[in-house]
Design a protein. Structure first.
Length: 171
């Protein structure tokens, strides 16, 4: 451990490694929470679609194939739309915080410490498909391996996910 005059001592390397894994774990839980929210809304809408479709099929207003395809299409469409809202619109409006980040005490910021623009959130969202490969292993390896604990979407969008000191509830 080295110290310079007027600064705090640098933590041992083992503490930094634990902090890296801790941040990877927090971000993994945050991603699962955001994903569960989007899927939950999709399931709810798919069930509603199924409940509406069954009587319509019985009465002969719609073809029987709609019992399967109606809820499936509703689920995929609503889940996809909810994911866009959760990953782009909500953080843009709420100071870089998704619902999962709110629970885990995290927020997104630019490398300079400011609020990211819509383009940065869009880039992060598009590259979430790459980061999610192998059940998120690509993102975990990226977070643990990079100096600033960034996943690939963060590297390209030039953003960071940091701990939120104070959570801005209304902006």
């Amino acid at each position: 451990m080295t110290t310079s005059p007027g600064s705090a001592p640098e933590p041992p390397a083992t503490d930094r490694a634990g902090e890296r894994w801790g941040m990877a774990g927090r971000r993994l839980v945050q991603a699962v929470l955001d994903w569960a929210l989007a899927v939950g809304v999709g399931v709810f809408v798919a069930l509603g679609t199924g409940l509406v479709t069954i009587p319509l099929v019985r009465w002969g207003f719609v073809p029987p194939k709609l019992i399967l395809w109606g809820p499936a299409i509703a689920f995929l469409t609503v889940t996809y739309a909810c994911d866009i809202v959760i990953q782009i619109w909500i953080p843009l409006r709420r100071g870089g915080i998704t619902p999962g980040m709110l629970v885990m005490g995290l927020r997104v910021q630019t490398l300079r410490g400011g609020q990211p623009k819509a383009r940065a959130y869009l880039i992060r969202w598009v590259l979430l498909t790459v980061d999610g490969l192998l059940l998120g292993l690509v993102a975990v390896v990226s977070i643990v391996a990079t100096k600033r604990r960034q996943r690939l979407g963060d590297l390209v969008a030039r953003t960071l996910v940091v701990r939120a000191d104070r959570v801005p509830l209304g902006r």
